[in-house]
Write a protein of this length. Sequence first.
Length: 256
Amino acid sequence: MCLIILVHRAHRDYPLLLAANRDEFHARPTAGAAFWDAHPDLLAGRDLTAGGTWMGVTRQGRFAAVTNFRDPARTAPAPRSRGELPLAWLTGDARDPAACLREIAARGGQYAGFNLLLGDGEALWYYSNAGAGDPVRLEPGIYGLSNASLNTPWPKVTLGKSRMAALLGSPVDHAGLLSTITDRRPARPETLHPLGLDADMDQLLSAQFILTERYGTRSSTTLIRDASGGLGWRERRYDATGEQSAVMEEQFEVTR
């Protein structure tokens, strides 16, 4: 997944609001979000090549999402798939996100660069193996994550955060959340240069919603968790031309 815009405990009625795009090669086989047979409480998509996921939730209110960390200097294959990382929390035995992230940090060098968000309905934590920092508990606020560190001001992230902030004064629904991550226009070249993102491919990938022949936005997911414990999830999947090919929606009450 390459773009996540979220609101963590910054809205009176919604402890968590999220809109996210997953970008991937069109040829990589993927199963859309569903409850897993092996883990009936887990709602997530599945990467059919390595078996992991990019984002998921559980009926008990656990949440996890991962993005790749863009680092041209670190391109060698890693021994383990980053898709394992959300599952370590969503299907594991760790008592809380901080404990899970400490375990992950101890083996972080076995994965290519990643950003990881873990939550339990109360706290939300962030960790990346691409820096030297420890896991961080996030304060209430609006956050954006793409393929650099949390809140790095890439144009797609800045745009998403500003749209999300504007949305919070209106009634919240899935359509509104989706509108924060759907811009298909590449960023202006002058906004990329200060970030070192000035190659032709970086220009193509600078849009929130990516359209290229071999690689692009495969799905968009919106998530609404309300203060009474209800959780709503909607996933839209797209074909290689960017046309919507399927919609899946789940609504359930979080149990403890």
